[in-house]
Design a protein. Sequence first.
Length: 306
Amino acid sequence: MRKIFWSIVILLLTYPCLAAVNENEVVAKVGKIKITIGMVEKELINGPAYYLQPIPPDGKCAFDNFFTRKELINGIIKDYTIIGCAYRDGLDKKQEYIKEVNYYKTHPYGTYKDIDDFKRSLLLEDYNRYYLHPICDTSDVEIEKYYQDNPNEYHYPTEATILEICTHTKDTAEIALKRVNSGEDFLQVAKDMSITPPMEIGPFTKVDEHEDPILLDIIFSLKLNQTSDIFQLTNSDQYYIVKKIAEKALPQRELDITVKNEIRTRISRNKFYAWLDNAEKKLGVSVNYDLLKLIPPMSILLKIKQ
């Protein structure tokens, strides 16, 4: 017991900000639902194991990254926005929902942490099934229209290959860009200054589902052998510069089942995020991302919460 006590004392002396962290501090509000620092810490600790694995050279894990934490809180807000809409629309008053909750109380099943976790999961599942699925459903007419309206993606597709410079700070990126713009070889500057291996990356296409839209927009706005300005990706605190070094025209993609499914996924996703944006406005969603910086590094948090 003494060992645990003094370990905590040492942590508080080493990281005095920990003593000031209030677990009940509200990070975000979704209607009447409050998301606290304590709730976020719980999600961090119970997150996927690979997000908690130390990454060389500094030993930090993915959840130590501010943008990863920001992505996590956005996911929590998304879920509670759906749950808030479920309450607003009276889904928790429906007999099917009440019957399922009562059954779970006497016959618990699944991997739910408690009855509240079960209720949240059930509301998410039911709202997706009865409300969001019809809203996000995409017809064949919509798919055909998208195909015809986006000829560069399907009628005249291209792929591109790039070189990349990635840095931890904007100052370093500015020095690298100045060297490139003065005529130095991009690959040599990448070897000297990039934190990622200097190598060709790609090919990319405009419809890559697994790439950040910011990156794709920049790549396909560049001319061949043109270098980009400095930019950041959606969930990254690093700085990037890219150069398009190759571009190739691809055969026209016919409107077959594969393309139809790609387009259906894209339209459905766009519909969902349009709905989500509108729902967040109606519920008066607010968030203070700066409060995430009060949460200690995961190596410290895990020791405190053990």
